[in-house]
Design a protein around this ligand. Structure first.
Ligand SMILES: [Zn+2]
Ligand SMILES: [Zn+2]
Length: 637
């Protein structure tokens, strides 16, 4: 048979040859280094036979694409260690996952974090005792079943019973451990070196809460110790930057059970919030939007017209007044549509762009709430554009321009996705075709590279989603631009055209931060709380060296405030060293220290957060520089 290699050369092999045979035909060194193969683009075990015409890519030990194979093989060694340490343990499933692997067990007694260390030590002992081959075999179903039944491995027995009759039953053995497994696995245990067991969690068998609860052991493995260390460091760093921790630590916001899913904004957090709302207003002014205010609570009739009462009611907070059902708004769109409808419009009036920092409520399950990232109460930097069909393309492009201008203020790089029609949706296919094509055209015209996210659009229309990747490599969704032909139909929104006839408007929805709450959460996780000067709640802290400098400190603070900078004095009776250390940990961007010399010369000693002493500066010059930095919303590089 002929196998095709990635460079399009063909390899002649005898019938029944495996991926490993193919690697050996290329060279013995490659065969020794083979971790797995990709056949026609799919990761596969190197022991399986190839077929004539297959496209083959050999993955070596050390290849990123073969990491799941390393992790899966490490999970098997974990199961072997568990068998050694906990006689009577029952094993369930142990697959690789993003960034690691897990294995589910039913232990005879509950285990603790200390047992994780024992398990890891036993894994190391097993691996040090020899280079174990992973041996694959196919076994008749009845024989496989009998084997696990005899061992009391009830989960493996059930797993066999759940496999469709035409799926061959394969075993992988290493050392004294045999697992029912599809693979793929490494050739031997030799490359398993850099691994770590990380945590324990409960997990129901088959994810079914009516079935036994098992213990899930999470771990990870990498080809190189340095990669493992870097990964563990990233996890630590993510914990340190967790916005749920930074919020209270920096005095920004806090949460209470009396209002689950809703932040209490402290003064410093409120300042950040207001800065972002201010930025949005400024951008909206520049881009021809007008701000509006619409009601919070609406009669159910409005939600029936919009369709939310049928498609979105589970996520709404519903109440009643004088016997009439009412709903708190989960989105601003129906309110804006209603507002638009209250007036008659000519084509000359369009587009109309309504913006509103709208307070929204969504009834999220308490288990799904997560700090500021998943809340029940939030403010969206929302806007809706009502335009003619001819204007829709330019309006979509205008939204993209505004999005990129906004993100640039934070030094954020974005990636773009086009989300298309979901299975459950309003409107006919012709409308969806048109709306999807229009958004795609806007992206193409802007020269943007984008991925298509099939089926992930809103129920009323397709959308462009804008994502950022943060400093730890995590992806977050930020803004969205959505095209909507449905709400204008449902609300019967029209304008009078040049032909004097009534025409249907097109509606665009857009939010760039998403919600202010969520954006602040992401910003904190990205920066670890080191906000740019323009956004920092306290911009400048002024510290006297001794009591006799207090009046000069007050004078400096006064001049900073007059210049529009958020400044305060720290006049507590603590040492200057301690005050500086505290200011560093509260991440105030600028510290000014004043003593005799500064007082005499009208200067200040400047320290920038995270940098060292920048020396004495003339106060007037410094104020000019800081104002420029704030005015340009400069991002530290
Ligand atoms: Zn397995
Ligand atoms: Zn909307």
């Amino acid at each position: 048979m002929r196998i095709l290699l990635p460079d399009d050369t063909a390899l002649e092999l005898p019938d029944g040859a495996t991926g490993l045979d193919a690697a050996a035909a290329i060279g013995p060194r490659l065969a020794a280094a083979t971790a797995a193969v990709k056949v026609n683009g799919e990761l596969r075990d190197l022991r399986l036979p190839l077929a004539d015409g297959d496209r083959l890519q050999v993955l070596r030990v050390g290849d990123d694409e073969a990491l799941p194979v390393l992790r899966h093989s490490t999970a098997h060694v974990l199961a072997e260690a568990a068998r050694h340490l906990f006689p009577g343990v029952k094993v369930a499933f142990g697959p690789p996952i993003d960034n690691g692997f897990y294995y589910d067990f039913e232990f005879p007694e509950p285990i603790t974090d200390a047992d994780l260390e024992r398990l890891e030590a036993e894994m190391r002992r097993i691996l040090a005792a020899g280079e174990w081959a992973f041996v694959r075999s196919e076994v008749p179903r009845a024989e496989a079943r009998a084997r696990f039944e005899a061992e009391g491995e009830v989960y493996k027995v059930e797993a066999i019973d759940r496999l469709p009759a035409d799926v061959p039953i394969s075993f992988y053995r290493q050392g004294d451990f045999v697992d029912l497994c599809r693979g793929p696995h490494l050739q031997t245990s030799k490359p398993i070196k850099a691994f770590r067991l990380q945590s324990l969690a409960g997990a129901y068998w088959l994810g079914d809460s009516s079935r036994p609860q098992l213990t899930r052991v999470y771990g990870t493995a990498f080809w190189k110790p340095a990669d493992l260390e870097a990964h563990l460091h990233r996890i630590e760093e993510a914990k340190r930057r967790d916005h749920r921790r930074l919020g209270p630590e920096l005095g920004l916001f806090t949460f209470s059970d009396v209002a689950a899913g809703t932040a209490f904004w402290l003064p410093n957090g409120t300042r950040i919030f207001n800065q972002l709302v201010g930025l949005s207003r400024e951008m909206c002014d520049a881009h021809g939007y007008t701000e509006v205010k619409t009601p919070q609570l609406y009669d159910a009739e409005l939600w029936k017209t919009s369709g939310h009462w049928f498609k979105y009611r589970d996520h709404m907070f519903v109440t009643e007044a004088e016997g009439r059902p009412m709903g708190l708004k989960p989105m601003n769109c129906p309110g804006h549509a209603q507002l638009f409808k209250l007036q008659r419009w000519s084509y000359r009036d369009l587009p109309q762009r309504y913006s509103e920092p709208g307070l929204l409520h969504r009834n999220e399950l308490s288990g799904a709430l997560h700090g500021l990232l998943r809340v029940r109460h939030f403010v969206q930097d929302d806007a809706h554009i009502f335009c003619t069909p001819e204007q829709a393309l330019d309006e979509a492009k205008g939204c993209l321009d505004m999005a990129f201008e906004t993100y640039a203020q934070f030094g954020i790089e974005t990636t773009v996705e086009l989300s298309t029609r979901p299975p459950e949706r309003m409107g006919d296919d012709a409308q969806w075709d048109e709306a999807e094509a229009l958004l795609a055209r806007a992206l193409d015209d802007k020269g943007l590279v984008y991925a298509v996210n099939e089926g992930d659009g809103a129920f009323y229309g397709p959308k462009i989603d804008l994502h950022m990747t943060d400093s730890l490599g995590r992806s977050w969704q930020l803004g969205t631009v959505q095209m909507d032909f449905q709400l204008p139909e449902r609300f019967d929104l029209t304008y009078t055209g040049a032909d004097n006839g009534e025409h249907r408007v097109v509606m665009l929805h857009r939010a760039l931060f998403g919600s202010y709450e969520r954006f602040i959460g992401i910003l904190l996780e990205d920066t670890g709380g080191d906000l740019p000067l323009w956004l920092a709640p306290d911009q400048v802290l002024v510290l006297p060296i001794a009591d006799r400098h207090e009046s000069y400190v007050e004078e400096v603070v006064g001049r900073l405030r007059t210049a529009g900078l958020r400044a305060r004095a720290d006049l507590r009776g603590e040492s200057v060293g301690k005050k500086i250390a505290e200011a560093e940990s509260s991440k105030v961007p600028v510290m000014l220290v004043v003593g005799d010399r500064e007082q005499e010369t009208g200067q200040v000693s400047v320290r920038r957060h995270g940098r060292r002493d920048l020396g004495a500066h003339d106060l007037a010059g410094l104020i000019r520089d800081l104002r420029a930095e704030v005015g340009e919303r400069r991002v530290p590089v």
